[in-house]
Design a protein around this ligand. Structure first.
Ligand SMILES: *Cc1c(COP(=O)(O)O)cnc(C)c1O
Length: 414
């Protein structure tokens, strides 16, 4: 490798080189059997992915967005309801909420983890909602709608603080649906149950995406719902397949939202490597942290709370002059990205929700400072050294880091 070879932000070619023959065999198998939709490939993958998530059921669907939408709908959430989530996610989170018929309401995130701040969740429920005596549900004072569910997003692969969120949800009659689209294989230490739990096994249901760039990616579109609730699983199976439990007998109106058999076969091949790939990602995360430490840029590194084992879908640092840093890294052929530049409540698409700048200060502030560095299982140590050297080279005067913990952040002043 020379000093100018491209270090891409994401490498979608490398993981498939070694698997090419096996993946082509999947396609060949489908051609020779005509099994394109449903069938044993889908069922086998669903069984294995449920086991991977330590959940009882898995339902393969056509995308992460559909996974989230079907999970909400099957849980009885829809028209007139409110679903609480965070503003610093990908728009699919809120698309799924809106398209189930519900309305998204945001609460701010925690400065140290970028995930839903349980204190803000409680504040919204206690401060802006009232208990509807008749139904036992809570309603938003201004909107009058029932607050039905909460969707914590395990952003960048780091699980949200699920014990606290679940406890609040239990107190306010809310269904918890995890957006685990970035968190295949991440773990959360539940103090309540005194054990580690997998992302996707904690809420009423969880949504996963198999978009190609995710930790487990299809060679096309795909998604899945995991759940421990057999009845919910049955409903989702109907929703994804035109509302039919039996061919041409439609109990409800559903959708065309299935996972196709070729993608299921491909995911089955790749699933065997997922735990190893996640280990490589977390190894790469440790390597970044060490390199930043050695370069006296330790404050840049992401911190993992002791109760989280991230799946390191993304490796995000925070700097005050992010755009300049990205430009400089691009000049030396290092790819970066921003997840995400505009919080959802300030997107044009959500103008009608009536939010304004200043409503969610942490999410808004963080959005101006985050940058995602190259992160994938095949990322090599010498590539990471080059990334950190490049940051260090341009850093001294210009890169002001933002410490990762709330207390040190407050103390740091500027
Ligand atoms: C990728 C992603 C989704 C949507 O998944 P698709 O498969 O692209 O529909 C939803 N939420 C988050 C947080 C994601 O990163």
């Amino acid at each position: 490798m020379t000093n100018s070879d491209k270090i891409p932000f994401l490498d979608l070619i490398a993981p498939h080189v070694e698997l090419e023959e096996e993946l082509v065999d999947v396609f060949r198998g489908a051609l020779r059997t005509g099994a394109f939709i449903g069938g044993s490939a889908v069922e086998k993958f669903e069984r294995d992915f449920a086991a991977f998530c330590e959940a009882e059921h898995c339902i393969g669907v056509s995308s992460g967005t559909d996974a989230l939408r079907f999970a909400l709908m099957a849980a009885g959430i829809g028209d007139g309801d409110i679903v609480i989530t965070v503003p610093n996610s990908f728009i699919a989170t809120t698309e799924a909420i809106s398209q189930s018929g519900a309305r998204p309401v945001f609460v701010d995130v925690d400065e140290a983890t970028y995930n839903m701040d349980p204190r803000r969740l409680l504040e919204y429920l206690e401060g802006s909602c009232y208990r509807d005596g008749e139904s036992g549900y809570w309603r938003d004072c201004k909107l009058g709608r029932r607050v039905a569910a909460v969707v914590p997003v395990h952003l960048y692969g780091q699980p949200a603080d699920m014990d606290k969120i679940q406890a609040i949800a239990d107190g306010f009659h809310l269904t918890v649906i995890e957006d685990a689209c970035q968190a295949h294989g991440a773990d959360y230490y539940s103090e309540k149950d005194d054990r580690w739990k997998k992302a996707g096994s904690m809420g009423k249901a969880a949504a996963f995406s198999f978009y190609p760039g995710k930790n487990l990616g299809a060679c096309g579109e795909g998604g899945a719902v995991s759940t421990n609730d057999a009845e919910l699983a049955r409903k989702i199976r109907m929703l994804r397949d035109h509302g039919q439990a039996k061919k041409y007998y439609h109990d409800v109106e559903g959708y065309n939202g299935r996972l196709d058999a070729i993608q299921a076969g491909i995911l089955q091949v790749k699933l065997k490597h997922l735990a190893g790939w996640n280990q490589s990602r977390s190894q790469a995360a440790r390597q970044y942290a060490e390199l930043f430490d050695r370069a006296n840029l330790g404050w840049l590194a992401v911190q993992e709370p002791e109760w989280a084992r991230s799946s390191y879908h993304l490796y995000v640092i925070r700097v005050q002059n992010r755009d300049a840093l990205m430009k400089q890294l691009a000049e030396v052929n290092i790819g970066t990205a921003i997840h995400y530049p505009v919080p959802l409540h300030l997107q044009k698409a959500y103008k009608s929700l009536g939010y304004k700048a200043g409503d969610f200060p942490v999410a808004e502030h963080v959005a101006t400072e985050i940058v995602s560095l190259p992160m994938y299982p095949q990322l090599r140590a010498e590539q990471q050294e080059r990334v950190v050297r490049a940051i260090q080279h341009f850093a001294p005067a210009s890169v002001k880091a933002v410490p990762a913990t709330k207390t040190s952040y407050a103390a740091a002043g500027d």
